[in-house]
Design a protein around this ligand. Structure first.
Ligand code: B12
Length: 301
């Protein structure tokens, strides 16, 4: 069920007056829905979009369903990666949430939070694991916390309505869940109906999904390759399937070395979530200018 807020609640969340809030609604800065009794209500995702885009300070984040903040130092990216690594390794989930959600509420692009805070924190954790300063269970536990935070961020996004479907996955044997989940959130942030199929999906199954759903984009995060030749053959076959439905194949991930990439067919390679965001925006603009003629509307799309 949709979580709806009254204008007064949103006003309280950002320390504004109820009349200002109602004026912004009247100006169309906030999209509202009407209750059966004719009262205006604001979906929580819409309130968050407004707050982020218009740079409002949030004084009562819990009203917006965010378990964030207690101070303002977390509103800048600098220093957040180190703090997050420490909070993850000490299993302090509340502190982890505060770091990420503060940045989110402050309007920092999710792509930047992912590239410059979460990925950097995990690099630190990886280094500590390598030097035996962090145990395997601490690394795994950190991943679980990060995934819960990513799922919560996703639930706070406005549902996409562009009709542009993107499917995402990791390849068989690749258990790395964070980058592929981040990609879904980044794509949804720029209006794509991004649907993460999951981790460790065989190429044949991905091909079936492409044929049935005919997405405009397939994104693959490739962090681990067990058999290089089988991967290259399977991937290039998948690219052929994707070409038939005019599906752009976008790839990224630490396992894609320059040598491997030279042997692959794909539409775009991205080093970062920021790159993905920019590419997705461009592709969206192109799709809006020239919708694909062959693609027919699907019941469950
Ligand atoms: C967590 C983790 C794992 C977990 C993941 C669990 C999970 N549920 O996700 C698991 C348990 C799978 C794991 C396993 C192993 N791991 Co590990 N792991 C890590 C760790 C600590 C974090 C990885 C991560 O998720 N980072 C966060 C993501 C978001 O960052 P990222 O991968 O850099 O992604 C960024 C970009 O690459 C890009 N990107 C990535 N994918 C995509 C996709 C698209 C479409 C786009 C646009 C962009 C993009 O954007 C991201 C954000 O900027 C790294 C350390 C590190 N340096 O990253 C080691 C690390 C990758 N692991 C390592 C190793 C050695 C292993 C094992 C071999 C250990 C073992 N002996 O069993 C196995 C591999 C087995 C396997 N089958 O995969 C080494 C790899 C060394 C090397 N030179 O290759 C690392 C670097 C640790 C280290 N310092 O030594 N690991």
């Amino acid at each position: 069920m949709q979580h709806l807020l009254s204008p007064k609640q949103v006003a309280n969340a950002i320390g504004a007056s109820e009349s200002s809030l109602k004026r912004w609604c009247d100006q169309g800065l906030l999209t509202t829905v009407k209750t059966a009794g004719g009262h205006r209500r604001i979906p929580v995702q819409e309130a968050l979009r407004f707050v982020r885009e218009h740079n409002h300070a949030v004084v009562e984040p819990h009203i917006l369903g965010m378990s964030a903040t207690d101070d303002r130092k977390g509103r800048r990216i600098e220093g957040c990666a180190e703090r997050l690594a420490t909070a993850l390794l000490t299993n302090n989930e509340q502190a982890c949430q505060a770091i990420v959600f503060d940045l989110f509420l402050a309007g920092q692009p999710v792509s930047q939070i992912f590239d410059e805070v979460i990925a950097v924190a995990f690099r630190t954790i990886g280094e500590k694991w390598k030097c035996h300063e962090a145990d395997i269970y601490e690394e795994r536990c950190s991943c679980q916390i990060a995934l819960r935070i990513l799922h919560e961020l996703r639930s706070k996004q406005t549902p996409p309505n562009s009709g542009l479907v993107a499917l995402g996955a990791t390849i068989e044997g690749d258990q790395y869940a964070l980058p592929v989940t981040m990609s879904e959130i980044v794509l949804r942030e720029v209006g794509w109906d991004a649907r993460l199929l999951g981790s460790s999906i065989p190429f044949d199954s991905m091909a079936n999904a492409i044929q049935q759903i005919e997405p405009r984009m397939l994104w693959l995060s490739i962090s681990f390759i067990s058999d290089e030749s089988a991967f290259i053959a399977g991937f290039n076959r998948l690219f052929e399937t994707a070409s038939k439905t005019n599906t752009a194949v976008v790839v990224g991930g630490r396992a894609l070395t320059t040598e491997i990439r030279a042997r692959l067919h794909y539409s775009a390679f991205c080093d970062t979530m920021r790159h993905l965001e920019e590419f997705a925006k461009t592709l969206r603009r192109q799709a809006e200018i020239a919708p694909t003629k062959t693609r027919k509307p699907r019941k469950n799309a």
